[in-house]
Design a protein around this ligand. Sequence first.
Ligand code: FE
Length: 339
Amino acid sequence: MLFNARKALLTITTAAVMSVNSGLVQAADDELVVYSARNEHLIKPLFDAYTAKTGVEIKYVTDKAGPLLARLQAEGANTPADLLITVDAGNLWQAAEKGVLQSVESDVLEKNIPAHLRASDNQWVGLSVRARTLVYSTERVKPSDLSTYEALAEPEWKGRLCLRTSKKVYNQSLVATLIERHGEEKAEQIVKGWVANLATPVFSNDTKAMQAVAAGQCDVTIVNTYYFGRLEKKDPSIKLKLFFANQQTSGVHVNVSGAGVTKHAQNVKGAVKFLEWMSSSEAQNLIADGNMEYPANPNVKPAALVAAWGAFKQDQLNVESAGSRQADAIKLMDRADYR
Ligand code: FE
C-alpha cells in the first residue's frame, strides 16, 4: 500500500521533472523544492541550517522573479516547486493574482509576522523588511530640514532632489502607498512636486543617486537602507546619513521579501513548517542580515550595523497595496513626467 503510493508519486514527479527539464526530483515528505528570486548566497545558509536541524533536504532553483512566476504558471499542476521565495510585495501579490500560490492557515505565522507584512488572504508572508527612506548630505542639510516624503515636493527643495528611475518597482511601491493613503489627486501633486525639484535626470539605481548627493549634485534622495549600508561599509567617512521619514505621520515606507506555498505543492505540510521556521527567531537573522535588511519578526533585533541606524516607526499600511496599486502608480508617474 505504502510502497504503491510512493511508486505512483514517483511516476508523477518524473513526468513533472521531464516537463520542466530541471533535473529536480521531488517525492518524499522529507524533501522540499523551492523556487527563489533571492540569490543563492543569501538563501543557501538558511537552507543548510534547516536541513541540519530537521533532516529535510531542500532543492532549489534561483532566477529573477518574473521568469520564476512564468515558470510556475507554465508548469501548472506539474510543478515540482513547494514554495516560492521572492522580493517585493508587488511580486508576491502578482504571484497570488496569477493563481500560483495557496492560502495557509498558521497560528505561528500570525504570531510571528505583523499583519501589515503578510497577505490578508494568507497566500504569502513577508520574511524580511526593506525600508525605503531619505538619505541626505551632512554638509548641506540639517536633519531638522527633513520630515516626510511628501515634503520633498515643496519649493524649498527645488534643484536639490535626486531620484532613482520610476521604472524600478521600489518607487512604484512607494507611489502606490501614496495613492492608497492620499488618493490619486494628492499623490499626483506630490510626485509632480518631486519631478519639479529634480536637480538631475533620474538614476538607474539607488547607489548612483546617493553618489550624486555625495558629489554635491543634489542634497537628498530616497533609497532602500541596505544600499546605504553597502556604501557606508565601502566608505565609512562618506558625508551622507539616513533619515527616517514620516515619523510624526504615517511611518517609513516598508516592503518585504517573502514566500508563499505554491498552489500545487506536493509537500504542503513540510512547506508550511519551513515557512513557520523561517519566521522564527532562530531563522530571522539568517534571512535579514545577509542583505542588511530588517527581520520581519518584531521580536528579533537586526544586525549591529543596521541597528546602529536607529529604530523607526513603520508604515502600517498593508504592503499588498504595493501590488494592488502598482498599475495606478505607473500611470500616475507617467502623467507626472517622472521617468
Ligand atoms: Fe534591491
